[in-house]
Design a protein around this ligand. Structure first.
Ligand SMILES: [Zn+2]
Ligand SMILES: [Zn+2]
Length: 135
């Protein structure tokens, strides 16, 4: 698998649904990824949101939850609340799609970190399965 990278150009997104979601610039409904103490507003298509949250979920004992509406109580981080108005946000490549985290820089890098850790974990799981000698 190619190394995931931030700051992908839009043309690098292979998923049409992702492209139109991230290009709609606020028109698209924002989903919320709940992971441990984090609540991260994200924009993407359903499929890649699921993938993103499942990778992030590998980094927690808990589960990563996706909400398709604003969580009760809203966002606890004041900077995240303002984040949608403070551009730009980096695109995070998820397989052939991409997600746009609409969080403050701190939480943005935190969730991207989690995502990358999740990919590593997944990779190691797969690799160790491959090398397990069959009896
Ligand atoms: Zn997509
Ligand atoms: Zn924040």
């Amino acid at each position: 698998m190619a190394a995931p990278d931030v700051q992908q150009p839009l043309s690098a997104i292979g998923c049409d649904a992702c492209q139109s979601a991230v290009q709609s610039d606020g028109q698209q409904e924002v989903s919320f990824l709940l992971l441990d103490q984090l609540t991260i507003p994200v924009i993407s298509c359903d499929e890649h949101l699921e993938q993103f949250s499942s990778f992030c979920g590998l980094t927690t004992e808990d589960t990563a939850d996706l909400l398709h509406h604003r969580p009760a109580g809203g966002l606890s981080c004041p900077s995240c609340r303002l984040a949608p108005y403070n551009s730009p946000h980096p695109l995070v490549q998820v397989q052939d799609g991409a997600i746009l985290p609409m969080a403050c820089p701190k939480h943005q890098s935190e969730i991207v970190q989690r995502f990358h850790t999740g990919i590593q974990t997944q990779y190691q799981l797969t690799a160790s399965l491959d090398t397990t000698p069959s009896l």
